[in-house]
Every structure is written in C-alpha cells, then in structure tokens.
Design a protein around this ligand. Structure first.
Ligand code: G3P
Ligand code: CA
Length: 337
C-alpha cells in the first residue's frame, strides 16, 4: 500500500463492519462501513483447518452462521475448552476454507437488529446471503474501495484466542504478518493496527514488525496468556500509569472498554472520567475506545435516545478513536467537533 491513511483524530473504526446494519464480519458489512465514512474496518481473525485466516468473532460459529442447519456437518459438533470456558458447537479449525465457504452468515442479535422497516437496521434481511470472508478478501475489498473513493481505508485486525490457536498448531501471527506484507503493508505509518487482548503475542509481534500494535484492555478479568503463564496481573493492573508505560514498550495504542474511561454506577449512570487518557498519552500511547452502539440497551442512562451525546462526551476526553457498530453516527458527530 503506497498511500498512508489521511485522516484526523479521532479515527472511526467500524466494529466488525457496519454491524448495526449488516451481519457482522461480512464483506457487505465492511463495504457499507466504508461507504458510511469509516476510517478503518475491523476484522476479528480466527483460523481454518487449512490455516487460512477468516473473519469471525469466535472460532465457534453457530451464533453467526447457518452451520447448525448443515446435515453434512452435524457430526462436527463438539465441545472444547476455549480460553478456560467450555463451548459446544462447530469450530472453524475443524473446517477447511472450502467447507466454510458453503456456510452463510446470520445476524448475531436478530431480536434487536431485525429487518423491520422503517427502522434503519436491515440485518436479518441479509441472513443466509453472505459468505464468511477471508482476510485476503477483506484486504482486496479495502484496496478496491480505497481506489474508488480516493481515500485510504485502514484495516484493524484482531488476533482472537491467540494462545489457543498456537496450542493447536495454528498460530495466527505468522499468517497475519505474511498476508499484510504480501499486500504491501509495512512500516509504522501503514494504515493498519494489529490488536490483541493477550500480551505475549503482541510483545512477540513487536520484535517482528513495525506495524502499529494495540493492547486491548477489558474492564474485567485478565489476559488469557497471563492465566496460562501464572502472571498475577489483571487488566486493572495494566491500566495504571506504570502498566501503561510497560505497554508502551511494545505497543503504540491501547484499545479500551469505555467503562475504563467513564465508569457507570450500578444504575447505568455515568460517573466522573478516570485519568486513563492522560496516563496513556503521557506514555505515548493512542487511546481507541470500544464499543459504541446506537441502541438504548448499550447506552448509559445519561444518553438514552442520544448516542451522539455519548460520542461527544468521549471525544471531549481527547481520545484518538472509537470502535462503532454505526460508523455513520460516529462520523456525523466527529464532523461537528
Ligand atoms: O477489538 C476491540 C473491540 O472489538 C471489542 O472487542 O469482543 O468486540 O472483539 P470484541
Ligand atoms: Ca474485536
């Protein structure tokens, strides 16, 4: 890729595509996100049985595909322990890419995002119509659309369950870097952010690539590689000033749960902002925040019916980007800053 992304902060990252309007992690969701003004599109990545990176939020795919209705795959249903949790279903690593291409995506939350005119959400109307895309197909789409609209769109891939995939011989990092390199992405200014909820795979990636890396930070729990290694630190330890300074040794940004910036009380009402942005910027880390959604059930009490107000609050804190299911809403607020 010869053109660095030309956007101003905060960047708008389409979370799993424009997933408020299309089934997540489909080319249709990514294409719409680009049309709606997103700066980056976000594929979560898992591996197939033949080592191909595909976009799914989990390696267990019954929630977001029609795999359960494929009689030929009925015997592939199984139970596995993924990141310490028992999961029953169908797993991407048990299917070749050719087999996965016979499946079709469906909406994850159809009760909320059903096709019901005149509402804008049309997600369930696309159930059974869209394939699972590969990382390469997503990059091809990004290149095509960037050329069409003369604007460099970035990609923001996440390694999902990296310790697990490494343990079964399908480490995600090597094919990810190989694919990015083969497609011309290189250097610190490339329109790419590689993200992970784990720490050790990012530390290892930092020795192998100059592409920007993002440490994801949840508001509960700890990185799963810390569970495996016996590291006692939690995400709460990583968001301290000293924790952020440690992250800055191998990453260029943090991707944080929004409650870490503006906590909520038990009723869902917002409390005062924390110092996370100040500490992160002091450590020379960008701050990208997840996940912004328009539906009231995801919004704090303070902004019911007003998702724009939530963006305005977070933008006022000086953040550098947002992950949004509704990139059009995010872009509209950004334009009025
Ligand atoms: O990757 C950051 C953001 O996407 C939140 O995580 O669970 O939606 O992949 P998740
Ligand atoms: Ca993600």
């Amino acid at each position: 890729m010869s053109v660095a992304i030309s956007t101003t902060s905060p960047i708008i990252i389409a979370h799993r595509g424009a997933s408020g309007y299309r089934p997540e992690h489909t080319l249709a969701a990514y294409e719409l996100a680009i049309a709606l003004g997103a700066d980056y599109i976000e594929p979560d990545l898992v591996s197939t049985k033949d080592g191909v990176l595909i976009a799914r939020h989990e390696n267990e795919i019954s929630e977001t595909t029609d795999v359960a209705s494929h009689a030929e795959f009925a015997r592939r249903q199984t139970t596995k322990i993924i990141d310490g949790e028992s999961k029953t279903g169908w797993f991407t690593e048990d299917f070749t890419l050719a087999e996965l291409k016979t499946l079709l995506a469906k909406e994850r939350i159809p009760q909320m995002r059903r096709h019901s005119p005149p509402q804008a959400s049309q997600n369930t109307a696309y159930d059974g119509l869209l394939e699972i895309p590969t990382l390469q197909e997503i990059i091809d789409l990004v290149k095509l659309k960037s050329a069409e609209i003369n604007r460099a769109i970035g990609i923001y891939p996440e390694t999902k369950h990296p310790t697990y995939f490494k343990s079964i011989g399908f480490a995600l990092e090597a094919p990810l870097l190989a694919t990015l390199t083969a497609n011309g992405y290189h250097g610190a200014n490339a329109p790419v952010f590689i993200q992970s909820f784990e720490v050790s795979n990012l530390q290892d990636l930092s020795t192998k690539t100059d592409l920007p890396l993002v440490q994801l930070l949840n508001n509960i729990g700890k990185p799963y590689d810390f569970v495996v290694s016996g590291d006692e630190r939690t995400y709460a330890d990583l968001v301290t000033a000293s924790g952020l300074e440690e992250i800055a040794k191998y990453a260029q940004a943090v991707g944080v749960h929004k409650n870490l910036l503006v906590p909520r009380d038990s009723s869902g009402k917002l409390l005062l902002p924390t110092s996370l942005v100040i500490y992160a910027h002091a450590a020379d880390l960008l701050v990208h925040v997840w996940t912004f959604r328009n539906e009231d059930c995801f919004l704090p009490l303070d902004f019911q019916g007003n998702p724009q107000g939530e963006y305005e609050l977070f933008f006022s804190l000086g953040i550098d980007g947002v992950f949004s299911d509704y990139p059009d809403t995010a872009c509209a607020v950004k334009e009025n800053l």
